[in-house]
Ligand binder design. Sequence first.
Ligand code: TIU
Length: 229
Amino acid sequence: MTHGISLHAEPAPITLVPARTALVIIDMQRDFLESGGFGEALGNDVGLLQGAVGPCRTALAAARAAGLLVIHTREGHRPDLSDAPPAKVARGAPERRIGDPGPMGRILIRGEPGHDIVAALAPRPGEPVIDKPGKGAFHQTDLDQMLRNAGIDTLAVCGVTTEVCVHTTIREGNDRGYRCVALGDACASYFPEFHRVGLEMIKAQGGIFGWVSDSGAFATAVRSTTQAA
Ligand code: TIU
């Protein structure tokens, strides 16, 4: 059945067809959410991101129950840093840059404990995990091909951080023709003001590059499809 369901969103409700909708959870990694990782190395208070975990769980549980495609992403680099632009590696405190050792292993390196997704949002077998070297989930990854193969036209996007990887991914997705809905309470930033304004930017001008909803509305909408089935 391919009927649509209405998701409460701003600037206007959006109709989702479950079979064509994916939940994309951006970079809910220990490196950003826990002490000793990349986020802290950049001078941030990582506690500010904790509030997104519960809402991401709400969205994830609803998406799984309804059989939606769930995609997780992780930002990180190869151990030899061959995929890391020097300009990116040069950011942050000199003694704690990408590839340097830390309490969760080498910072922002694939395979290290800090690169893992937090336990509360651990991917299940069969759920694609996109390892991305950049801020956007489409840059140098197979995400676009995967979504096209699955017939996806709409992305519900959550994770961290709102104005960096979530924004970049939504902008990339929008330019590729996907309808992108940010689940606002399931996103977070080290800068509460950037989070607030970041969401405003998406939905301004009639939804210039997307929509903004929240985890509760998403769960309610998605759950209605399982009840109707
Ligand atoms: N620093 C910051 O706000 N974000 C990142 O570096 N990556 C993501 O947003 N995932």
